[in-house]
Write a protein that binds this ligand. Structure first.
Ligand SMILES: O=c1ccn([C@@H]2O[C@H](COP(=O)(O)O)[C@@H](O)[C@H]2O)c(=O)[nH]1
Length: 272
């Protein structure tokens, strides 16, 4: 999916919600556990319940990898079930020496047909570039993450430029790709930093995890992070997909996603 198509979806649905498919077998309602593929069955019902409310789905690959070959099968089936006009993110946080990254890219972009993959920038240009070679596929580079440990390395200041490591990541990586292929992960938990990041990357989309279960504030994130084309995909996983642990889980997920989407509609109207 290209940038224009993504923005069209945001306008059409008045939403920049990304639903995180972090499907934990231990949290799947008991009545689904006897299904042939409980993970896929759960995801299918979550997708059916939220498809009109979001513009992206982000399966976190760890939840599928942890189940071995069956998990990969559930992931593939889930990806095939998601309509093609909805953006898909493999939250895999990959990145390695060039020939290895090329194979990660092949796995997620060719074998599976994800629109994008999250990539760790730590190993530098040659580790990121293989992911950028695919037409209409996106790299979502970790910049300033939402977790407490983000400060350990990402805030380190370069003695030369005086910039923080996450700022260097954002500035340097803009030499590798245009905003048509490159997004940044920016956590919602330190919303006040997002304004500064927007100055460094005015045209790029940000994938923003950390609202809901991690306590980030959607209004703050949007105020500081939105650009003229919205420029935001805000992710919520646990708060939506585990809104209920019972038979009504899909209805409860829809109701949570509706709340977020309605707030997004208001924010789009007031900020764009
Ligand atoms: O900085 C980051 C990068 C990735 N994540 C991922 O997003 C979701 C958040 O899930 P919630 O349940 O909405 O908290 C999860 O897959 C993380 O691995 C992140 O949280 N922060």
């Amino acid at each position: 999916m290209n940038r224009t198509q993504l923005f069209e979806q945001i306008k059409k649905k008045s939403s920049y919600l990304c639903v995180g498919l972090d499907t934990d077998v231990d949290k799947i309602p008991t009545h689904l556990r006897s299904a042939a593929d409980p993970v896929f069955e759960f995801n299918k019902q979550i997708i059916d319940a939220t498809i009109d409310l979001c513009v992206a789905y982000k399966p976190n690959i760890a939840f599928y990898e942890a189940l071995g070959p069956k998990g990969w099968e559930s992931l593939q089936k889930t990806l095939e079930y998601i309509p093609k006009d909805v953006f898909t993110i493999a939250d895999a946080k990959r990145g390695d020496i060039g020939n290895t990254s090329a194979l990660y890219a092949k796995a997620f972009f060719e074998h599976m047909s994800f629109d994008s993959i999250t990539v760790a920038p730590y190993m530098g240009e040659d580790s990121v570039k293989p992911f950028l070679k695919f037409k209409n596929k996106w790299v979502i580079l970790l910049a300033h993450t939402s977790n407490p440990g983000a400060d350990d390395f990402q805030l380190l200041q370069s003695t030369g430029s005086g910039k923080k490591l996450y700022e260097e990541v954002i500035l340097k990586s803009q030499q590798w790709a245009t905003p048509d292929k490159l997004m940044y992960v920016v956590g919602a938990t330190q919303a006040e930093k997002i304004g500064g990041i927007r100055v460094l990357a005015p045209d790029h989309f940000f994938l923003v995890p950390g609202i809901g279960a991690q306590g980030g504030d959607l209004a703050q994130v949007s105020k500081f992070g939105m650009n003229k084309q919205c420029g935001l995909l805000v992710n919520s996983a646990r708060n939506i997909i585990y809104a209920s642990s019972d038979k009504d889980f899909a209805t409860a997920a829809k109701s949570e996603a509706t709340k977020v989407r309605n707030e997004m509609e208001n924010l789009l109207n007031s900020l764009l």
